[in-house]
Write a protein that binds this ligand. Structure first.
Ligand code: MV4
Length: 499
């Protein structure tokens, strides 16, 4: 086993990885930018090395500095976490060249899945279902021919793809030319690669992904699915396991699992990975792409399978054989994860970094928090403002939903705005409760929950009343975390009375 591992990441995922390393008795080396000198991942590590100023391009993305830190501290392996360098084939290659183990797949597998058309070709060759489309970049003329052959709507996608960048829906030939130009120029800007390919558009799909784990000797299993349909602007917001759809149709897990393994195995994949599928309204599923890293939402799979994915990653990277057999994997109960962000859901999800002045976290049965914040810490502006992932487990989906609501009520973060209240609304939503999920869920949720517009007179009366009330109280009553959050406000009032 490795004698020391460097964690090339920050925040909650760096802390998450270090927790498993500690359980395995492996000392951890942290790297940090100037913005993270007081961050929890630095405090938690056995050793730490500064790698540059706050911008990630000058710190967490600097391959040279991270490798220098690994050599200086004698780390034998590097865990990249997610984001940053985790899916950078050049980094995986540089680690290998430096004689340091990259805890992840080979550079070649990362490259093979990085090109969306190459990934499609791999999936097709493996016999996994893909959305009808082209398996090469196309010209505008070829896109038109595809539209004529297959009918509209179609979706233009960037070959270098990811995060919905360079993607355009086209509903008919008249729109095609300008949509193609837009998609290509956005792809060029985002990936420095303007290549576009075409797929038939799937309306209101679900996004369901399969976790796979494979060793270096060709053994691979799947750990079931995660339902990730609740997302906004291609950022997942909430995930659950099992998928409510798969729970109703259990054969889907085996079918999607086998397709995922075939596709990943065809790419010579080892370590942990995730195969994404779109599922249409007839429950047909289609390979979409593969993520060659540990995912943000991995905890719900851990809660339901009882496995530690980071431990499996480290063992496999160290050359161990996968000791688990597919038949041994059991899925027990139901898990939900909420991504708690420093952002204002009622102001277009504007990031809201700042100093945390009060922090109470939920505890008790079935609650897991992956976080790296503490009372008095300042959420830096330079990075994704993910505060923590709140995950719950319960025997059934309905119980997990109630448990999540309970945990959200216990959660109190002061000084900044968070999306905690937004999650409470989603969990109370009838469509969510019914498990009717699809990638347009959040948009439709906002439609359903848009407050009825008051008449102009009423709005003026309300403004006057509010002004009178505020001046009568002679104190600034500015809510710190969005709209009243019941429990926390009540608690604050009680605390005040007892002072
Ligand atoms: C699609 C699709 C519908 N039809 N492909 C979005 C990002 C990406 N990597 C692929 N995406 C989609 N591809 C076809 N042929 C709908 C989406 C999509 C989506 C997919 C997964 C999760 C959320 C999404 C939100 C909007 C659109």
């Amino acid at each position: 086993m490795f004698r020391k591992v460097l964690v090339a990441n920050r925040g909650e995922i760096a802390v998450r990885i270090m927790r498993t390393l500690r359980e395995m008795g492996i000392p951890a080396v942290a790297v940090y930018s100037d913005a993270d000198r007081t961050s929890l991942h630095v405090r938690m590590a056995e050793e730490a090395e500064r790698i540059g100023p706050p911008p990630s391009a000058e710190s967490y993305l600097r391959i040279d500095r991270i490798l220098d830190a690994a050599r200086k501290h004698g780390a034998e392996a590097i865990h990249p976490g997610y984001g940053f360098l985790s899916e950078n084939a050049g980094f995986a290659q540089a680690c290998e060249d430096a004689g340091i183990v990259f805890i992840g797949p080979s550079a070649q597998s990362i490259r093979a899945m990085g090109s969306k058309t190459a990934a499609r070709r791999t999936a097709i060759a493996a016999g996994a279902p893909v959305v009808p489309g082209t398996d090469r970049a196309v010209t505008p003329g070829e896109a038109r021919a595809f539209g004529r052959d297959h009918g509209y709507p179609i979706l233009l996608k960037a070959v270098a793809g990811g995060g919905g960048k360079g993607m355009r829906r086209v509903d008919g030939e008249p729109q095609l030319e300008s949509a193609f130009r837009d998609a290509a120029s956005e792809a060029e800007r985002s990936f420095r690669n303007a290549e576009i390919y075409v797929e038939k558009l799937i309306e209101r799909p679900r996004h369901i992904e399969i976790q796979v784990v494979g060793d270096r000797y060709g053994n691979m299993i799947h750990l079931g699915e995660r339902e990730c349909s609740i997302q906004r602007r291609h950022q997942k917001v909430m995930e659950e396991c099992p998928s409510p759809l798969v729970a109703l149709h259990p054969e889907m897990r085996r079918e999607m699992g086998e397709a995922a393994i075939r596709a990943a195995a065809a790419a010579g994949y080892h370590n942990a990975g995730t195969v994404e599928f779109l599922v249409d309204q007839n429950r047909r599923f289609y390979f979409l792409e593969m993520n060659t890293r540990l995912q943000v939402e991995h905890p719900i799979t851990e809660l339901v399978t009882g496995l530690d994915l980071v431990r499996l990653q480290v063992q496999i990277a160290a050359g161990a054989r996968l000791h688990l057999k597919q038949e041994e994997i059991r899925w027990r109960g139901s898990a939900i994860e909420c991504r708690i962000y420093a952002e204002d859901p009622y102001n277009d999800f504007l990031p809201y970094p700042g100093r945390i002045t009060r922090l109470t976290r939920p505890l008790g049965p079935g609650v897991r928090i992956d976080g790296a914040i503490y009372d008095g810490w300042t959420v830096p502006m330079e990075y994704d403002p993910l505060l923590a992932k709140l995950a719950v487990w319960a025997a059934r989906r309905e119980d997990a939903t109630d448990r999540m609501l309970r945990a959200l009520r216990e959660y109190d973060v002061g000084g900044i705005r968070t999306n905690l209240g937004f999650f409470r609304q989603i969990l109370d939503d009838r469509e969510f409760r019914a498990g009717h999920l699809h990638t347009g869920f959040i948009e439709e949720f906002f439609e359903r929950h848009r407050p009825p517009q008051p008449s102009r007179d009423l709005a003026a009366v309300a403004a006057l009343a509010a002004a009178l009330h505020a001046s009568a109280r002679n104190s600034a009553a500015v809510p710190e975390s969005g709209p009243p959050t019941g429990g926390a406000w009540l608690q604050a009032g009680r605390d005040n009375l007892l002072r």
